[in-house]
Design a binder for this molecule. Structure first.
Ligand code: CP
Ligand code: NVA
Length: 323
């Protein structure tokens, strides 16, 4: 039977305490999030207000810059009747050496949830280990799970299915590529990552994705040919060549990635009705040209909007269950 996320009924409770990465979630839990996100979006458009998290507080720790993640979480918790606190790590004692463990214990005494954007995935895992409240990964060097939930939501809204679709990711084997590998393989989509030699996704992530894909009979492919990746692609995704924290590598990366630009010619090799996705911010003229990102096939601003709805669903499912 076709997947209907607009009317998805799970037989199970959402049992996760945190959102640290998509590999921790079952396929059913991903569908629970996406289904609630679609419902919240629909209600939001109709002006229906639900204060599912009335009086709850979300602390948002940022060790890296952000536009979408910060604004969508802050607006999201507000729309749910709660309050969001922006906590720049340089203003916290964390920035002066207080441990993650102590920070987790202290913040758990004030807050109902923590969202953190930082460098090391290990720091997010540790925060979750020592916190008594839900922890949400708002991006690490390794993963970007909130982004990919919004991406899957966007893909579903347009294509109304996952199985049988192919996503071609062109560029760096980075945090976004990693979460796409896990997310797409969990929902049964084919995914091909095309990257220059030396910029492949981490082997442990590819291993997880291939294991997920086996369960669905779908495919996970890593290639060095962007043209090969585009064959039969329904979704074409790219991200910056230089992620936050890699600024010293800019010139080496500019030359390594020059054949991996998603321009009109490359995009034209995908299926005719293929959609273009980018997590944003984009470096226009580098990984993508204006004629692709501004084309009718581009859904980048739907993805950005869906961050709000998907994260509201995540917060309701994680923070709404607390006693
Ligand atoms: N896509 C994304 O996470 O954007 P920000 O860095 O602006 O939060
Ligand atoms: N790969 C990018 C994603 C930004 C949302 C980075 O980590 O900078």
């Amino acid at each position: 039977m076709d997947l209907n996320l607009y009317n998805y009924k799970s037989q199970k409770n959402f049992s996760q305490k945190h959102l640290l990465g998509l590999s921790y979630l079952t396929e059913d839990e991903i569908y629970q999030i996406l289904s609630l996100a679609l419902k919240l979006k629909d209600e939001n458009k109709k002006g229906i207000v639900h204060h599912h998290l009335k009086g709850k507080t979300l602390g948002m720790i940022f060790e890296k810059s952000s536009t979408r993640t910060r604004v969508s979480f802050e607006v999201g918790i507000y729309q749910l009747g709660g309050y969001g606190l922006f906590l720049s790590s340089s203003d916290l004692q964390l920035g002066r050496g207080e441990t993650i463990e102590d920070t987790a214990r202290v913040l758990s005494r004030y807050l109902d949830g923590i969202m953190i954007r930082t460098y090391k995935q290990e720091d997010v895992e540790n925060l979750a280990k020592y916190a008594s409240i839900p922890v949400i990964n708002g991006l690490t060097d390794l993963l970007h799970p909130c982004q990919v939930l919004a991406d899957l939501m966007t893909i579903y809204e347009i294509k109304r299915r996952f199985k049988g679709l192919k996503l071609a990711y062109i560029g760096d084997g980075n945090n976004v590529a990693h979460s796409l590998l896990v997310g797409c393989s969990k929902v049964g989509m084919d995914i091909t990552v095309a990257c220059p030699e030396g910029y492949e996704p981490e082997a442990k992530i590819v291993y997880i994705a291939k294991k997920n894909a086996t369960l669905h009979g779908s495919n996970v492919t890593i290639t060095h040919s962007p043209q090969k990746a585009m064959e039969n692609a329904d979704c074409v995704y790219t991200d910056v060549w230089t992620s936050m924290g890699q600024e010293a590598e800019v010139s080496a990366r500019l030359s390594a990635f020059k054949e991996f630009q998603v321009n009109k010619e490359l995009f034209g090799m995908a299926k005719e009705n293929a959609i273009f996705l980018h997590c944003l911010p984009a470096k226009r003229g580098q990984e993508v040209t204006d004629d692709v990102i501004d084309s009718d096939n581009s859904v980048v601003f739907d993805q950005a909007e869906n961050r709000l709805h998907a994260q509201k669903a995540v917060m309701v499912l994680l923070m709404g269950q607390q006693k």
